[in-house]
Design a protein around this ligand. Sequence first.
Ligand SMILES: Nc1ncnc2c1ncn2[C@@H]1O[C@H](COP(=O)(O)OP(=O)(O)O)[C@@H](O)[C@H]1O
Ligand SMILES: [Mg+2]
Length: 600
Amino acid sequence: MRYGYGYFEEDRLGEVADLRLWQRIMAYVVPYWQGMALAVFLSFGVIGASLLLPYLVRIGVDDYITNATIPVTARISGLTTLAAIFGIAVLAGFAANYFQVTVLEWTGQNTMHRLRQHIYKHMLGLDLAYFNANPSGKLVTRLTNDVQNMHEMFTSVIVTLFNDAIRVIGILGLLYWLNWRLALLMSLLLPVILVVTLLFSRLARDVFRDIRTKLAKINAYLQEAVSGISLIQLFQREEVVGRNFAALNGSYLEAALRQIRIFGIFLPLLDVLSSAATAIIIGYGGLLVLRGEMTIGILVAFLSYMRLFFQPLRELSQKYSIVQSAMASAERIFQLLDTESSLALAPKPLAPGAIKGTLEFCGVDFGYDPGKPVIRDLSLRVAPGETVAIVGATGAGKSTLVNLLERMYDPNRGRILLDGLDLRDLDPTWLRRKIGLVMQEIYLVPGTIRENILLGTVMDEADLGAIVERAQLADLVGRLPQGVDTRIGEGSLDLSAGQRQLLALARVMVRDPEILVLDEATANIDSETEILVERAIEATLSQRTSIVIAHRLSTIQRADRIVVMDVGRIVEEGSHEMLMAAKGFYHRLQNLQYLQWNGS
Ligand SMILES: Nc1ncnc2c1ncn2[C@@H]1O[C@H](COP(=O)(O)OP(=O)(O)O)[C@@H](O)[C@H]1O
Ligand SMILES: [Mg+2]
């Protein structure tokens, strides 16, 4: 298998250098650098205001509250002024904070919007093999959860970290300026704080990673179990599956508990350190005050700054988890963005104006899994205007031929030519317009019958009416009160298998492709609709190069040539009469089919 499932990716988390990851993340922010710059600039306002407050308290205590040298009225008016300044500082800090949050949200949302567009466009360009290998739930997660995780990091971590750094440096500077001796003594605690924080970061990172990996395993396992629930119930696998799940669930619990133990030590340890700092301030600072070497105001300011100093450390753990999950998401997103379509686009894709419609398979080998060939050395030429019916047992590789023709996959060996041009040299979009396809399974888009037929093509009412007529849908549409504007699909009017086929044929008629590929549905259709389907197929096939994977005898007999396939090879070719007379594969298939038809 070329593409892995979720948890294998998770196991590899962290192998990619974090620095490179950051560079790529930042590349998405660059177009909005003004926002980032403004947010950083506003940090100075936010931090400046918050650091000013304890200093104002110091002035209040020293110059007015404890200052007996000036008259009481002057002290009161001084305090009033100070209170006003305090209020203004609070408001300024609030305003700076408000703008910072707004600007950050703007930047974050725009960045994520851009990233989502990028992922979505990239995803649409990937080949079917990728979608076969990756469950759709997983791909949806890339666009929703993973992008959201990164957004959270942008808004609540990156600038906050910057804020915190400025704050911590600012506080240290202020403390030294206020009283260098007390600050120096307190600085003895710094190495301890540093070691504890670093140690914690290391432990937290490992345990977070472990938790995420285990959670991803649970998710992947559940996804498999839920999608295969009928199998599990039919084969009484509940107990085994339950045991496996219990093991995964148990190891997740263990990791979660380990995380709690780590946090359970770190946060109280920070409390101890902050109490030690308080003790130093009260003890040594108090001594300095008593000796008259420091004012009470400075002592009070020290206590306030101390609290501000420990606050970011306390929030570190929470930010850690955000950054961790964001980095994991980023890694998965970039992994998706780095996945190239295995269908290489020609440097100058061709889109010829007119085509004759000759199709040719030349010695084609193909396997979805290169080790398991599905088409073996197949050669087939279809002349312009010719109708070739392909018949064969289920699994013979008939639908695979269609996938190759529409260039959903490329052959492993050999070439497929349209008018002598290799499909690999053609523009895939152009190719898919030229080769119309009616698939075995027909998807209805939630919407009206009109929308489902046109699929975005613009067409006037008369032409649409003619197509509805030719596709034998007129009866059905006529019976509906809202006609072609009746809603169908999920939750609305449901169409029978036969009616869906008529609709699919109408879709092809709208596009009027030069070549038609029809993968006939095998579903049972009531005999009344069957007649309609036969007529619609006849109308669609006429005068086009057509390849029909046929199950109906009527369709087979209408073909110019019948090609019989078995395990990826062409084993017989000829007209119905010829092949019946030969009493080979075709003869056997027909007999089997007749038995089935008579029995149902
Ligand atoms: N998307 C796929 N991935 C892997 N194997 C596939 C895929 N589609 C079909 N196959 C396998 O390829 C073989 C041929 O399938 P298909 O072309 O659908 O046969 P037919 O249309 O003749 O019934 C089968 O063995 C089938 O299991
Ligand atoms: Mg098939």
